[in-house]
Design a protein around this ligand. Structure first.
Ligand SMILES: [Cu+2]
Length: 321
């Protein structure tokens, strides 16, 4: 096959949040706020705005896109259609940034001190402290079995920053409900997000081992990078259905996408063809191949995993710094 046959001439460079200038940060945040003002076009349950549309498709597809071989390609495609909307509907000229949380964890500072949670040049901080917060579903026992230690502060509405006032109408879970953006930053989960953990995921010899070690519980017994990042932020981000309601979702997934690209780069070009895994979380299982179709409903045309393998191709056209 001819992967790499049509590489784009000028790939956009996705950068880590703290590498952006304040004006680049502001333009990304304004573009996301623009999607939050535009009326939705999908009519997916609960979706009122264009921003909600992308959250709603994640709710709708959630059972088909996690713990499966298409997990990474599907989320790459989600970021791709989200970025396209930012550009075409909100005159955004930049790219989705990523958040490398391992830099914060390795610094030894609390997550709340990360530049991504800055109230002015970031996504706002923790949620208001709710005593005895027990998680989005009032049940954190699942998290404890995955290595979760103790609740952090927070759990309530985010109080500052550009997204504190946004009314979410998709989620939590699968039930459309009006609610605020919630966070429950938890430094007890940070250990799953260290630079050493990232390095160990990158050492995995096959795509199969890599995707499992990256995604985490319940396929693994403890948390890994993907679920660790979701749960360390908590609130909406801790919700496996409606997590894209927190705009930080896109930066977390961009970092996971970067790690996939970095892992592929360790054995170039053979890993550009390497995809595997079951296609459904429960039996009967089929195996995904490059011809597996990624469904975005009416957010964008169906594409095959094959088209998501090389980020330098004309359809994707980006790279990471
Ligand atoms: Cu997801």
């Amino acid at each position: 096959m001819a992967l790499g046959a049509a590489l784009c001439a000028h790939p956009a460079v996705r950068q880590e949040w703290r590498a952006l200038t304040n004006s680049q940060k502001a333009s990304y945040i304004s573009a996301v706020q623009c999607l939050q003002r535009l009326p939705g076009t999908t009519n997916l349950p609960g979706a009122r705005t264009r921003f909600d549309d992308f959250q709603a498709i994640h709710v709708l597809m959630s059972e088909e896109i996690h713990l499966v071989g298409q997990f990474l390609p599907w989320h790459r495609r989600l970021l791709n259609v989200f970025e396209t909307a930012l550009r075409e509907e909100c005159a955004f000229h930049g790219v989705i940034p990523y958040w490398d949380w391992s830099q914060d964890v390795d610094s030894g500072l609390p997550l709340a001190r990360s530049p991504v949670f800055d109230a002015v040049h970031g996504f706002g901080g923790n949620g208001a402290d709710v005593p005895d917060y027990a998680g989005q579903f009032g049940n954190l026992t699942l998290l404890s079995s995955a290595g979760w230690v103790a609740p952090g502060a927070g759990g309530g509405c985010v109080l500052d920053g550009p997204f504190a006032a946004y009314n979410l109408s998709v989620g939590p879970g699968t039930t459309p409900t009006n609610h605020c953006l919630q966070r429950a930053l938890n430094d007890n989960i940070s250990g799953f997000l260290s630079g050493a953990r990232v390095a160990s995921v990158l050492r995995q010899p096959t795509f199969e081992a890599f995707r499992v070690e990256l995604e985490g519980a319940p396929v693994t017994t403890g948390m890994r990078l993907h679920d660790g990042g979701h749960n360390a932020i908590g609130g909406e981000m801790g919700d496996r259905f409606s997590s894209p309601g927190d705009p930080i979702f896109y930066l977390h997934h961009a970092f996971l996408d970067k790690l996939w690209w970095q892992w592929a780069g360790l054995k170039f070009p053979s890993r550009l063809d390497e995809v595997s895994g079951r296609s459904t979380p429960s039996p009967p299982f089929a195996s995904v191949s490059l011809d597996f179709e990624l469904d975005m409903k009416n957010l964008g045309p169906v594409v095959k995993i094959r088209e998501m393998m090389d980020i330098r191709n004309n359809a994707l056209c980006y790279t990471y710094q």
